[in-house]
Design a protein around this ligand. Structure first.
Ligand SMILES: Cc1cc2nc3c(=O)[nH]c(=O)nc-3n(C[C@H](O)[C@H](O)[C@H](O)COP(=O)(O)OP(=O)(O)OC[C@H]3O[C@@H](n4cnc5c(N)ncnc54)[C@H](O)[C@@H]3O)c2cc1C
Length: 437
């Protein structure tokens, strides 16, 4: 029987262990290291020291860096199981780092494992997999994000070096990354999908400058945050620092973005479940006009609608994960499903987090609960890894490509035509039966 919504008891035991470990050991870090302390920055003394023994425990449990399968040097259990794990990790800001599954390192590991040379793997992938360093993936430019055709940051080969010139934008973790994977135009004479390459740039390479950092929302002081505006001014890297072949940049990038998008969605399920928990607790605790909020039908509707939307979204995420496991690739069918999930994500977040905020009244508006931070992720998830419109276009184009236009003025399902066809078919059966008598 192919359809099965049950988790194997052995793996469920691991999930139960994770659930308790995240709540008891990791969530306190979210509360103590708020503000500028970033879970992804390995150089931050305090968080790094608290995380080190926790990472060891995760490794002993065999749950470290589970996004990579054994064929890529990891110990992954596949995307469905990773989805169930990420639902738990999505509750906490620090949990993905403690489990070695934080973005953008996961995607970077995936492409280094797939396309890296043995030397690139030794130098960049191994310390990254061990959680010793951070990395950055830099594609977006100040003048172009969703339309790669407008990318102009370029690299030309001079002797045995690539010389990079141009600017990049919103390069997450560029400041503290040990290295960056940078998408550059290496052949401007062909379409970008054939003319871009990915170069590995050590963070301390002369000619690479972080002009300014940006943060999401209003959480940090202007000019701080983890998303870098970069300038490359005759920045030289060795010729062998190309990941994959010249011109293969988009193919390499594609195999990273699929994973990145679905992992965001998996963690989002965790955040949504947490918001529902908070909504229910508040409804069961707050009394107004002589009764609990939970006794009011309009509150019950909010809870029921949230539960239904979360369940629908969760099943869609797990279905997309199951497709990746089945095909072991990001083929067209898989890409469509990931795009559909990615496009649905901000809508579900908006509805559920808004209801949770709203039910908390003024407390929900304050900075004394996680709710406002969750609210900031609503527009973020509609932009990060490409805006919703672009993903909807992917879904729609694929569906339309698989279908045909009507052959004449009226469609096939136009009743007069359809009924005539049905009558003919049934008449044939009746004739046959009569003939057989
Ligand atoms: C938190 C965060 C982290 C990020 N991290 C990274 C990173 O590490 N590395 C990196 O390279 N980039 C990163 N980005 C950048 C991200 O990939 C881009 O923001 C995204 O691709 C959109 O590009 P843009 O911002 O230039 O928006 P634009 O391309 O200017 O799009 C703006 C809006 O125009 C509309 N639009 C665009 N295209 C279409 C279309 N085809 N049809 C209809 N409407 C359209 C949409 O409404 C869209 O929201 C990050 C972004 C965020 C928010």
């Amino acid at each position: 029987m192919a359809w099965d919504f049950e988790t194997e008891p052995d793996f469920q035991r691991k999930l139960d262990w994770m659930d308790e470990f995240v709540r008891e050991e990791i969530e306190p870090m979210d509360l103590v290291f708020r503000g500028p302390a970033d879970p992804f920055d390995p150089s931050l003394e305090g968080p790094a020291r608290v995380m080190a023994p926790l990472k060891k425990i995760v490794q002993q449990q065999g749950l470290w860096a589970c996004h990579l399968g054994p064929e890529l040097g990891g110990q992954g259990y596949g995307q469905v199981k990773l989805g169930l794990m990420n639902e738990i990790l999505g509750r906490s800001r620090f949990a993905p780092t403690v489990f070695g599954t934080q973005a953008p390192d996961t995607g970077n590991q995936e492409i280094l494992a797939r396309f890296g040379t043995p030397e690139q793997k030794r130098r960049y992938l191994e310390p990254l997999m061990a959680g010793e360093i951070a990395s950055c993936y830099s594609m977006t430019e100040p003048q172009a994000g969703s339309d790669p055709g407008q990318f102009i940051c370029s690299a030309r080969l001079e002797g045995d070096e690539w010389v990079i010139n141009g600017e990049k934008w919103y390069a997450s973790h560029a400041d503290f990354a040990r290295f960056l994977l940078v998408v550059v135009v290496t052949n401007p004479d062909v379409p970008i999908h054939q003319g871009a390459s990915i170069l590995i740039v050590d963070r301390d390479t002369p000619g690479l400058e972080v002009i300014r950092n940006t943060a999401v929302g209003m959480r940090d002081e202007p000019g701080t945050g983890v998303h870098g505006h970069l300038r490359f001014d005759n920045c030289r890297v060795p010729a062998e620092n190309i990941l994959g072949k010249p011109g293969q940049g988009f193919e390499v990038a594609q195999s990273r973005l699929g994973g990145g998008r679905i992992h965001h969605a998996m963690r989002t399920v965790g955040m949504l479940k947490r918001a529902l928990d908070m909504m229910c607790e508040r409804a069961l605790s707050r009394r107004t006009k002589g009764e609990l909020l939970s006794e009011k039908q309009l509150t019950q509707e909010k809870i029921a609608d949230s539960y239904t939307q979360i369940t629908q979204f969760r099943l869609h995420v797990l279905y997309a994960a199951w497709l990746i496991d089945k095909h072991q690739s990001y083929n067209r069918e898989v890409r469509r499903e990931i795009a559909a999930v990615k496009a649905a994500m901000p809508g579900v977040l908006k509805d559920v987090i808004y209801r949770a905020l709203h039910l908390h009244g003024s407390l929900g508006m304050s900075n004394d609960t996680p709710l406002m931070s969750m609210w900031a992720t609503v527009p973020e998830m509609g932009i990060v890894d490409g805006p919703t419109e672009v993903h909807k276009i992917t879904v729609a184009k694929q569906l339309l490509r698989e279908r045909e236009a009507a052959k004449d003025l009226f469609p096939d399902y136009y009743y007069p035509k359809a009924v005539e066809r049905a009558r003919e078919k049934i008449a044939k059966v009746l004739e046959l039966e009569v003939g057989n008598l």
